[in-house]
Design a protein around this ligand. Structure first.
Ligand code: SAM
Ligand code: SF4
Length: 329
């Protein structure tokens, strides 16, 4: 059985982008009210007194857009300072990153995944639903800042959407040749975006690999991280290529993570809502952290049964009702 030691923490469900595949413009978003968000103290109590004692040591901060969370640098510092913490990482859209990169690093953040779906500013703005001044250059500046500050590994996430950015696969893959950057292609998932998914469909990782293989060749590679990506490398490249293939392959058997939403719901699986625990209400109604540790220990025992496979075979209850930004993707 997999050691489950990795917690993805959504710091906030709001975002400064409206990516077509995540929270498309026009979608009525049911945002979490401020008083329903876990406070900094509640979050740190849960990490220190519930998650760490049962074996969680790696924490990824995500959202929504985690850099919108007030006092995000202080939160990173507090999580990194627990002696048991082995790793604090973040997934961000990078828009607010450039001025924060150094202080996040100094606070103890070491690994960053930055979303970059296109190298063409116009296409990028179209994907993120931006009609004002292009935001691509701010994100690119964030990536450069993170690189010069020393974040390693620095991963760039690309959700591949047919007819939108799939013509850029080789250009994006080429970013790994001269720099130690790690580009990860993510299969597009039908979560909260049924119109786009219905129109466009998705591209499999193997199709992308074929394209890259026939241009440069492809060998297997290695990169530090906790993810479900299959890692490859263009021969001689400094960085790697990751493929996250949750549509074409099932990696439930390798799953080592749980998710904590910004309003305190602990979810054992991205797409299967069975077994979830409302930790915030528990804390606010006086349930002890000792009791919560017991509940979490029981959940860890049944986690292998609560998975994406169940969803695919239609036996899970309530799925796809939330967007990635709400689940904490
Ligand atoms: N806002 C941050 C960002 O975009 O990096 C963090 C949150 S976002 C929900 C986390 C990751 O989920 C991003 O890499 C994003 O591309 C991915 N994602 C969102 N919706 C997706 C979908 N429908 N299919 C596949 N990946 C998706
Ligand atoms: Fe925001 Fe990230 Fe979702 Fe895009 S993928 S809308 S940046 S939360």
């Amino acid at each position: 059985m997999n050691q489950v030691d990795y917690l993805r923490i959504s710091l906030i469900d709001r975002c400064n982008f409206r990516c077509q595949y995540c929270m498309p413009e026009g979608t009525e978003m049911d945002y979490i009210l401020k008083q329903q968000l876990l406070t900094d103290d509640e979050l740190l109590t849960l990490i220190q007194e519930v998650f760490i004692p049962v074996g969680f040591t790696r924490f990824r901060l995500t959202g929504g857009e985690p850099l919108l969370r007030p006092r995000v640098v202080e939160l990173v510092g507090a999580i990194a300072s627990f002696p048991e913490t082995k790793d604090v990482s973040m997934t961000t859209n990078g828009f607010l990153l450039a001025p924060l990169a150094q202080s996040l690093y100094d606070a103890g953040l070491r690994r960053l995944n930055i979303s970059l779906d296109s190298l063409e500013p116009e296409i990028f703005d179209q994907i993120i639903g931006n009609r004002g001044r292009s935001r691509w250059h701010d994100v690119w500046a964030g990536i450069q800042a993170a690189y010069s500050v020393g974040f390693n590994p620095l991963k760039l996430n690309v959700v591949v959407i047919p007819g939108v950015n799939d013509h850029e696969i080789l250009d994006l893959a080429a970013l790994t040749i001269d720099k130690e950057w790690h580009v990860r292609f993510i299969e597009f998932m039908p979560i909260g975006n049924s119109d786009l998914f219905g129109d466009r469909g998705w591209v499999s990782s193997e199709d992308l690999r074929q394209k890259i293989r026939s241009t440069w060749g492809l060998t297997t590679g290695m990169v530090l991280g906790n993810g479900p990506a299959d890692i490859f490398q263009i021969p001689g490249a400094k960085g790697t290529l990751g493929f996250i293939s949750q549509m074409s392959e099932c990696f439930c058997d390798r799953c080592n993570r749980m998710r904590l939403s910004a309003d305190g719901w602990l979810r054992p699986c991205l797409l299967n809502e069975s077994g979830q625990i409302d930790l915030k209400t528990a804390l606010r109604t006086g349930v002890s952290t000792a009791e919560l540790r017991e509940q979490l220990t029981e959940l860890l025992i049944i986690k292998p049964e609560i998975n994406f496979k169940q969803r695919v075979s239609g036996t899970a209850t309530g799925t796809y009702t939330r967007t990635m930004s709400q689940i904490g993707g």
